[in-house]
Design a protein. Structure first.
Length: 302
């Protein structure tokens, strides 16, 4: 039996897998012996790849995302697909708040300026977040955790999602441009995939306006990157902070020239605690598959 690892993973976790089972990285030596593939939402697994692995029984998504796994193809072939929802929710919500604060207060820019001896020339006023209007796109578990944290800053919170959540104590806005127009800060915490691709487009950015900030800890595909870069270059929004970006790790050339754009390398969920919980979820489902026991967090077709 071989595990097929299709994604990058921290070295200690790779070593742990190798100590337990035969492991192939990226390309299996014996395709007929691969029973379990390990991927994530960004890398996914296509129907064609599944067909190249005739003994495949299980696809484990390392983390919550699964948008690029062909679920219908997996179900048609009798291949189970699991993920690990919730293990890094708190870490992602923390990172969203860090990005919002960093963007509002221009922390990377000010850090560089002070280190370059430009203390006095950079002591301009910067926007606060307390008592400001926060729009959250997506009110799932992560969106709800972001809202709870924002309450501590006395922010006025509203949200947009496919449907209103009866248990959410915040104002629901059915129209995304309207939410953007009513927000000083717009945080994206929605799923990726075809349904949300370029949801944040030129219209939404125009609605957010020259005093508004965009924060994305969702998926890079949710934002029309070209429209965002143009809006930043033309100062039609105040700033953006992104943990994810289309075509990552490649970034647009103009991004390096923008002091109003903060980028982090898709690490919002990578706290040590979250990574260990994610790995434990993976180990459980591998063992369960091999021992014929029920799997946890199996994805089904809606």
């Amino acid at each position: 039996m071989e595990l097929l690892l299709l994604i990058e993973m921290a070295a200690p976790f790779v070593a742990d897998l190798q100590s337990r089972w035969p492991l192939a990285r990226h390309t299996p030596q014996r395709v007929g012996e691969v029973r379990i593939a390990i991927t994530n939402g960004s890398t996914g697994l296509s129907a064609q790849q599944m067909d190249a692995l005739p003994s495949l029984q299980l696809v484990c998504c390392y983390g919550a995302g699964y948008e690029n796994v062909d679920l219908p193809a997996a179900h048609a072939r009798g291949i189970a697909v699991t993920h690990a929802p919730g293990v890094n929710n708190a870490s992602v919500a923390d990172h969203a708040m860090a990005l919002m604060l960093s963007s509002a207060r221009a922390l990377p820019l000010l850090d560089r300026a002070v280190k370059q001896g430009k203390w006095l020339s950079h002591r301009a006023a910067r926007p606060a977040i307390h008592s400001k209007r926060l729009g959250i796109v997506g009110m799932g578990n992560i969106g709800a955790l972001i809202a709870r944290r924002a309450e501590g800053f006395d922010m006025e919170i509203a949200y947009h999602a496919r449907h209103a959540r009866p248990d959410a104590a915040y104002r629901y806005v059915n129209n995304l441009p309207e939410l953007a127009r009513d927000s000083d800060y717009l945080i994206l915490a929605c799923p990726g995939g075809a349904a949300t691709r370029h949801m944040v487009n030129k219209e939404v950015l125009e609605a957010l306006g020259p005093q508004g900030f965009l924060i994305n800890i969702a998926r890079g595909s949710v934002v029309d990157t070209a429209a965002l870069i143009e809006a930043l270059l033309q100062k039609r929004i105040a700033g953006a902070a992104l943990d994810v970006i289309e075509n990552e790790p490649a970034i647009p050339a103009d991004a390096t020239q923008l002091d109003t754009l903060i980028l982090t390398p898709h690490i919002s969920g990578r706290s040590p605690e979250a990574q260990q919980a994610q790995h434990d979820a993976l180990l459980y489902n591998i063992r369960a598959c091999l021992e014929g026991r029920p799997l946890r967090h199996v994805l089904t077709l809606n």
